[in-house]
Design a protein around this ligand. Structure first.
Ligand SMILES: Cc1ncc(COP(=O)(O)O)c(C=O)c1O
Length: 447
């Protein structure tokens, strides 16, 4: 049987999209960064249709959210069944069976044998805020350590940790003053000009030798907040022993290690949480995005001895809605029933093919990832590694015109993060489109 291909029937944007975009742009906040000029009508599995009938292959999952595929029938049934019973109860003030059920499930899925507790939220940034507050509450310390290139959200607390693009911070100061940013383990562009493993993890040593002794006394630091793989910052995967060293450093100084799995969590890397690839136990783990397959729900998870704050110390009206919990429980079932394994299988296939493609394309500087979270970094020259941001943008646009939806990440990269229902044929179609588009863009820029 031949592979199902994207169908582009109109110039993009099509006439109906054009009209709706004009309408939207009169009323919706201009701070949104819409990647594509098209208006989505409906979606199914790994396919998205716009209002003009164009059919796109979804390799962004609505920014790493739709892990179970768009509108998975089991998730839709769970939402509809729950909506018929109770849409809202306010889980912080009233009891609902699914809240405890989901908390127990998440607590046992998060790394570490200790019994855990969960604070529910509606989004990634709220999960990060909850973790930041919990760290201060528990440690009675004021400071945080975060990383250059990190993205943790856009509310004032999480924005103080975010250090990805200047537009995200410009004109919003003063932010939290007690945040110190240090270089991440970005081996392709090592900030210390060293090479792993000969570097002996200078990026961790630097924190101890320089930061703790000159900038931020360790005894003042409540938490080290870190993504297991930088997402928005460029899908950067640290070396295998990085988190073990970071965790030991945190333990030595009584600092809580807070792992932000908002983007990496819920099966996308082939494991429920990406930090499992590194074999360490976080003190606080926060997640959101894919947890409810698109229904807003997030979580801050910590051992019971850490999450021991008093009633009223932190709360929420909407966090952990019955529909969010129902969607999350259905999502976890599906991840455990094969989708996580598929992420591993298709991810390995994609990585193998992209590594081959890297050899043929002078603009592909680096290919990296875990499972079905894969980043490609574009350069003008493989030797000098001069970043090629325009290539990344043109590849994103070129793929769109061929019916493949992807998103940029970092200053000069793209990310491939499809729903975990993708099959080999859909991955092959995406690879063929990418190959063709990258070739064309290289010609345009004479790379
Ligand atoms: C790692 C990480 N943390 C936090 C956030 C913020 O999540 P939200 O946009 O749901 O507030 C994001 C969003 O992209 C993220 O990638």
């Amino acid at each position: 049987m031949s592979k199902e291909l994207p169908v582009i029937k109109t110039p993009l944007p099509g006439p109906k999209s054009k009209k709706l975009i004009n309408f939207d742009e009169q009323y919706v906040s201009p701070s949104y960064t819409r990647a594509y000029p098209t208006v989505i009508d409906h979606a199914d599995g790994a396919w998205i249709w716009d209002v003009d009938g164009n059919q796109f292959l979804d390799f962004h999952s609505g920014i790493a959210v739709s892990v179970t595929g768009n509108c998975h029938p089991k998730v839709v049934d769970a939402i509809v069944d729950q909506a018929r019973k109770a849409v809202h109860i306010s889980s912080a003030d009233f009891y609902h069976e699914l809240v405890g059920k989901l908390a127990r499930r998440l607590g046992s899925l998060a790394p570490g044998k200790e019994k855990k507790r969960v604070f529910f939220t509606n989004s990634g940034t709220e999960s990060v805020e909850a973790g930041m507050k919990l760290a201060r509450y528990k440690s009675r310390r004021p400071r945080y350590l975060a990383f250059i290139g990190a993205f943790h959200g856009r509310t004032m607390g999480s924005l103080s940790l975010t250090c990805s693009k200047k537009i995200q911070r410009e004109r919003f100061a003063p932010l939290l003053p007690e945040v110190t940013h240090v270089p991440y383990a970005y081996c392709y562009r090592c900030p210390y000009n060293l090479t792993y493993p000969d570097c002996e993890l200078e990026c961790v040593k630097f924190i101890e030798d320089q930061i703790f002794s000159r900038v931020a006394p360790a005894s003042d630091v409540a938490a080290i907040v870190v993504e297991p793989m930088q997402g928005e910052g460029g899908y950067i995967v640290p070396p295998p022993d990085y988190f073990k060293a970071l965790s030991e450093l945190a333990k030595k100084h009584g600092i809580l290690l807070m792992i932000d799995e908002v983007q990496t969590g819920m099966g996308k890397t082939g494991k429920m949480f990406a930090i499992e690839h590194f074999g360490i136990t976080p003190d606080i783990l926060v997640t959101a995005k894919a947890l409810g397959s698109g229904v807003p729900i997030g979580a801050c998870i910590a051992p019971q001895k850490t999450m021991d704050w008093e009633p009223g110390a932190h709360s929420t009206t909407f966090g952990g809605t019955p529909m969010g919990c129902a969607a999350a429980l259905a999502t976890i079932d599906l991840l455990e029933d094969g989708l996580m394994d598929n992420a591993d299988k298709q991810g390995k296939f994609m990585m193998k093919e992209l590594t081959k493609m890297q050899k043929e394309h002078p603009s592909i500087g680096d290919v990296r990832g875990l499972g079905l979270m894969i980043g490609i970094e574009f350069v003008k020259d493989k030797k000098t590694k001069e970043p090629a941001p325009k290539v990344a943008q043109d590849v994103e646009r070129g793929c769109f015109e061929k019916g493949l939806m992807i998103l940029c990440c970092g200053p000069n990269g793209i990310r491939l993060v499809p729903p975990l229902v993708v099959d080999r044929d859909q991955c092959t179609v995406a690879l063929e489109i990418l190959d063709e588009v990258i070739g064309k863009v290289e010609k345009k820029y004479k790379i």
